[in-house]
Design a protein around this ligand. Structure first.
Ligand SMILES: C[S@@+](CC[C@H](N)C(=O)[O-])C[C@H]1O[C@@H](n2cnc3c(N)ncnc32)[C@H](O)[C@@H]1O
Length: 274
């Protein structure tokens, strides 16, 4: 089997090399990136055209772009015509070998990692800060990141999320690429608490069993840190000593709690509407 084939894409405007074996150095490199457990990765993978487009808008530099062979019939993604970024076709067999049981996408990019955001990046901003205390479902973290960006939050702090890096492929997808637009910071509880104290940001926690309704958050001037708890345990007791207010979003008797991303969206909106 030939190692590489040169094909013309459907617009006839580019010559595209086909990578047809998992052992190809380019695909081996991507496999290394996908397997990496680094806290400071230098490269990362972005899936899907919409997320890649968002990354580009946020200044992420792409190294290369990949289209899977069986989807070429659907047309070449428009982003495949990015001036200097080389494009490759990956055969389905090679893509299967590369991604294994992980999600495979029609179009993906290898990108240079930006500097990871730090708490200081939330200093100058005007919006509220969302703190996720032990929230581990990446789908929820992604949805909250997307909402935080849409509603003008300063950023999101992750405590005990289990994520090593916010360039995690699943988070990029779940946030629709908005993890590049809003600082998402991995921090310890102590670092987060020290930062909020130093910035003079009031801490409010959300709990379904709190006695004060969330609507009162409108009375708090300035920006606040809204702390939400884990899917299983809620907000940890470590926040008790620094919390100004505990709020609940009133619910019918039938419901025990809301999904954490829904609660985060309601709280951000409520405080913004003051
Ligand atoms: C699925 S809930 C966690 C349920 C958990 N068993 C508990 O006791 O908190 C995840 C998080 O969403 C927030 N949340 C969910 N429903 C809420 C409500 N009605 N009012 C305020 N916060 C809520 C809280 O921060 C909660 O820790």
């Amino acid at each position: 089997m030939a190692e590489t084939t040169i094909t013309r894409d459907r617009r006839g405007s580019a010559e595209v090399e086909t990578l047809d074996r998992a052992g190809h150095p380019r695909l081996r490199r991507i496999a290394d990136v996908l397997r990496s457990r680094s806290r400071r990765p230098t490269m990362f993978v972005i899936d899907d055209e919409e997320n890649i487009a968002q990354a580009i808008r946020c200044g992420i530099e792409l190294e290369s772009l990949y289209v899977t062979e069986s989807t070429i019939g659907e047309g070449f993604p428009s982003l495949a015509h990015l001036g200097d970024v080389p494009v490759y076709i990956v055969t389905d067999a090679a893509a299967r070998a590369l991604f294994g049981k992980e999600r495979r996408t029609r179009f993906f990019a290898l990108a240079h990692a930006p500097k990871p955001p730090v708490l200081r990046d939330l200093s100058g901003a005007e919006g509220d800060v969302i703190v996720l205390d032990g929230v581990q479902l990446v789908g929820n973290i992604g949805a909250i990141t997307r909402t935080a960006c849409a509603l003008g939050a300063a950023g999101v702090v992750l405590i005990g999320s289990g994520l090593l890096s916010t360039l995690d492929r699943r988070l990029v997808r779940a946030s629709r690429g908005l993890v590049f637009a809003t600082p998402v910071v991995i921090a310890s509880h102590a670092q987060c608490e020290a930062f909020l104290k130093q910035e003079g940001i009031a801490v409010v926690t959300l709990s379904a069993d709190a006695t004060e309704p969330l609507s009162r958050v409108r009375t708090l001037p300035g920006r606040v840190a809204i702390v939400l708890g884990s899917e299983r345990a809620g907000v940890s007791a470590e926040f008790d000593t620094v919390t100004t207010k505990r709020y609940a979003i009133p619910m019918t008797e039938d419901a025990e709690s809301l999904n954490v991303s829904v609660a985060a969206a309601i709280a951000l909106y409520e405080h913004r509407s003051r």
